[in-house]
Ligand binder design. Structure first.
Ligand SMILES: Cc1cc2nc3c(=O)[nH]c(=O)nc-3n(C[C@H](O)[C@H](O)[C@H](O)COP(=O)(O)OP(=O)(O)OC[C@H]3O[C@@H](n4cnc5c(N)ncnc54)[C@H](O)[C@@H]3O)c2cc1C
Ligand code: FES
Length: 264
């Protein structure tokens, strides 16, 4: 894990209220694995003492990309940073995705900004000669990840709730079409999407499935216990034992969506 004060190369609003930040941080990039995250200082001095966890979206030789929605004070502050400024972060942190040596076909399922950690995984898989199917679900066309930013060779399957792009409906509706060909499934999205998948568990047909969990995190290093969850394998800390877990290990009816913890 490295603590860096990384120069911002670019920080652009690529979708309404959603930003793509590229930071020069070769020390973190060298160690980063898809599914890991960084803790980013999102404010000055005592105004915003706690860092915010953000997934590593893409990994390049000399840095990392973050893809984030502005939801509160911290991410709003981050969105105002400009190229040439610096952003203080430490990482990479946590347990990332694991591609099994026997897998050759991967199914990646992204709900909303859940595409953030899946792009690094897609790039890693393609570089290793694996086949990647990316399914993206969003509310409407205006929120779909720009195709020009996808790694070459990835043609996503898109669903929108209002039918303004791709197939109309929820991403979970079309999963069964792609499960059979997949050796492994990787999911990242909002809690209701996970709960919908778990309620219709047959859709996964017992495929090995990994999921990235988002909880409120105070420290990112196992010290504050704010990210503790109960799983079928006992109590786990999302920051250290995750954020990637086996889908079947999560007790979905006991997980709550992150709410404001008053940390700001
Ligand atoms: C491992 C991990 C990786 C993440 N990766 C990304 C990413 O790549 N892109 C991205 O946009 N977001 C990501 N998040 C969520 C991100 O950390 C929060 O959106 C962020 O901390 C909000 O900070 P804030 O100060 O803007 O909002 P706050 O003022 O702290 O909170 C505003 C509202 O945001 C929501 N919120 C707060 N914390 C979280 C959280 N941890 N997860 C989800 N919603 C939250 C709550 O509804 C809260 O009321 C990730 C979270 C985790 C745990
Ligand atoms: S975030 Fe502090 S223990 Fe996990």
């Amino acid at each position: 894990m490295k603590l860096v004060n990384a120069p911002i190369i670019s920080n652009t609003e690529v979708l309404p209220n959603i930003y793509l930040l590229q930071a020069r941080a070769p020390e973190i990039a060298r160690l980063a694995q898809p599914g890991q995250y960084v803790m980013v200082r999102c404010g000055e001095g005592y105004d915003m003492p706690l860092r915010r966890p953000l997934a590593i979206h893409r990994i390049s030789k000399d840095g990392i990309f973050l893809f984030y929605t502005v939801v509160g004070r911290g991410t709003a502050w981050l969105s105002q940073r400009e190229s040439g400024e610096r952003v203080d972060m430490f990482g990479p942190l946590g347990k990332g995705f694991e591609i099994y040596p026997s897998s050759s076909n991967l199914l990646l399922v992204a709900g909303g900004v859940g595409i953030a950690p899946l792009l690094a995984l897609a790039e890693r898989a393609i570089d290793s000669g694996l086949k990647v199917r990316l399914v993206i679900g969003e509310k409407n066309a205006a929120k779909i990840y720009p195709e020009r930013l996808l790694p070459p060779g990835i043609k996503p399957v898109i669903t929108t709730e209002d039918g303004s792009l791709g197939q109309k409906g929820m991403v979970t509706d079309i999963l069964p079409q792609f499960i059979a060909q997949a050796d492994q499934v990787f999911v990242c999205g909002p809690l209701p999407m996970y709960q919908a998948i778990s309620k219709t568990g047959k859709k996964l047909k017992n495929k090995p499935t990994q999921v990235l969990l988002e909880t409120v995190m105070g420290c990112g290093v196992g010290a504050c216990l704010s990210c503790s969850i109960e799983t079928r394998q006992g109590r786990k800390l999302v920051c250290k034992d995750g954020p990637v877990f086996e889908f079947g290990d999560i007790l979905w009816d006991k997980i709550a969506a992150p709410a404001c913890s008053g940390r700001c």
